[in-house]
Design a protein. Structure first.
Length: 115
């Protein structure tokens, strides 16, 4: 089974914005207590909510997919697969994956390709 996932980027920034509770929420003090010393930035309010910059767990898309692919809603058959390999970069351009790539980028309907 070949599953092709097209991404806008293979790398992610090392930080991400973590959304917290509304600034008036009773949970705001817990959020501030936790993130004042653990965030990459000081917590700040934007549009009535607390936010903080935190370290991203994964910065490479292929590593994220390897770890989380079974958690994605890609169908029950994907979860059942014993061995899942994630291929990216130059390896993807090998002959082994040419058919899947051609099908992905070919705008014709499948029945039009058989000619």
């Amino acid at each position: 089974v070949d599953l092709l996932i097209e991404l806008s980027s293979s790398r992610l920034d090392e930080r991400r914005v973590h959304k917290g509770p509304p600034d008036y929420s009773e949970n705001a003090s817990e959020f501030l207590e936790k993130w004042r010393s653990n965030g990459l930035s000081e917590p700040y309010i934007e549009d009535g909510r607390w936010f903080v910059h935190v370290k991203r767990e994964f910065t490479r898309a292929d590593a994220l997919l390897r770890d989380k692919i079974r958690d994605l809603k890609l169908g029950k058959d994907v979860k059942k697969l014993d061995d899942i390999s994630v291929v990216s970069g130059k390896t993807l351009a090998s002959k082994e994956y040419m058919s899947a790539l051609t099908q992905h980028f070919d705008d014709r309907m499948p029945w039009e390709r058989d000619e």
